[in-house]
Design a protein around this ligand. Structure first.
Ligand code: ADP
Length: 334
């Protein structure tokens, strides 16, 4: 998890914290001891005076003078406890904050590294495949059917590059303060159906698809960014499931909201990851060992776009396995 320099900082940070805590406890102990010694000294002095004026030594502790000294001692004790507790609390709070920030920074750096690793691959592999396709077309005399197949492959690669570039652009636009939705009334049913058909066409025979898309569902929203919500959710359902998986897309609406559900019977998402997957660059597992490729931007975009439309997204376990992404978006006012 940590590289050498970070481990050293981490160790140094813990040593400093332990040192501060131990010295604080030591100083508290000394102050406490000092207070007790002081108390004994004052009591002895007053006892001598009391005896000197003919008082009974056994009754000194029930005199008013002793009571005042004792109260003073207790007050100082409580002050030491109180200040000590506040100080310890502040040290603990500071330690917890620094530790949290440190961990967040490490997680962010790891995700950025993952992103760089994945984006390099995501750019390189369709480009290499496109180059190979073009070289084959150039060098060999091909039959019409072969040309068509190669053309399809090239288009797939271009589409992959295009969606990658779109995701990167959209993610950076979303993060900029002046990003505004370009709202208009549009037919979501038509949009979902078109994207669904296109994806189903691409993965024909590789998954079991089913759609339940209500007709004429409209919202007042941003078409371009909303299409990326639909596209990312369906593409993910395919990407994170095997060839025998069932993919279900459901769209329906009522007076207030539009509901889009995308379910798969794929790998599923552990509970501990269900929130994290919406983070920027976040991908489950380590980039070096992962077999599926991606950038960790898809769900980040999906969540932001949905929330910018005033809606929300939730992910649940599907039965017997897989996940269901549920998007709810208010129809909005024109
Ligand atoms: P990408 O797919 O490019 O990695 P996303 O932001 O779309 O990025 O998804 C983030 C992570 O969430 C993915 O890396 C994957 O681990 C997990 N994930 C997303 N959708 C699904 C799904 N339908 N089933 C299982 N895991 C998923």
């Amino acid at each position: 998890m940590f590289n050498g320099r970070r481990s050293r900082y981490w160790l140094f940070f813990h040593i400093v914290f332990i040192y501060i805590t131990i010295s604080f406890l030591w100083w508290s102990y000394l102050l406490h001891r000092n207070n007790a010694e002081n108390f004994r000294e004052v009591v002895d002095r007053h006892r001598q005076q009391y005896i000197g004026t003919g008082g009974d030594p056994l009754r000194f502790e029930s005199t008013r003078a002793y009571e005042v000294i004792y109260e003073d001692y207790r007050r100082t004790e409580w002050m030491l406890y109180g200040e000590g507790a506040v100080f310890l609390f502040l040290i603990g709070l500071g330690f917890w904050r620094i530790r949290k920030t440190f961990r967040e920074e490490i997680a962010m750096t790891r995700q950025q590294n993952n992103f760089l690793l994945s984006i390099t691959h995501e750019l390189k592999s369709p480009l290499a495949s496109l180059k190979l396709t073009m070289q084959t077309m150039q060098k060999r005399k091909l039959e019409e059917e072969q040309m068509r197949r190669l053309g399809d492959m090239a288009l797939d690669d271009i589409e992959r590059l295009q969606s990658l570039v779109e995701n990167i652009l959209l993610a950076s636009k979303i993060e900029s303060a002046n990003f505004r939705l370009n709202r208009e009334l549009f037919d979501v049913s038509e949009m979902v159906q078109t994207i669904y058909d296109r994806i189903m066409d691409k993965y024909q025979g590789q998954r079991d698809f089913h759609a339940d898309i209500e007709k004429d569902v409209h919202i007042y929203g941003d078409q371009l960014s909303f299409s990326s919500v639909v596209y990312n959710l369906i593409e993910n359902a395919i990407k994170y499931s095997g060839p025998d998986a069932h993919i279900r897309v459901r769209l329906h609406g009522d007076e207030q909201n539009v509901y889009l559900h995308v379910a798969d019977t794929g790998t599923g998402i552990p509970d501990a990851e269900k929130e994290k997957i919406f983070g920027r660059f976040y991908r489950i597992g380590r980039e070096e060992t992962r077999t599926t490729k991606g950038t960790g931007l898809g769900l980040f975009i999906v969540k932001h776009v949905v929330e910018m439309h005033g809606g929300h997204i939730a992910v649940q376990d599907n039965l017997p396995k897989g996940s269901i992404f549920k998007v709810t978006i208010p129809v909005g006012a024109a």
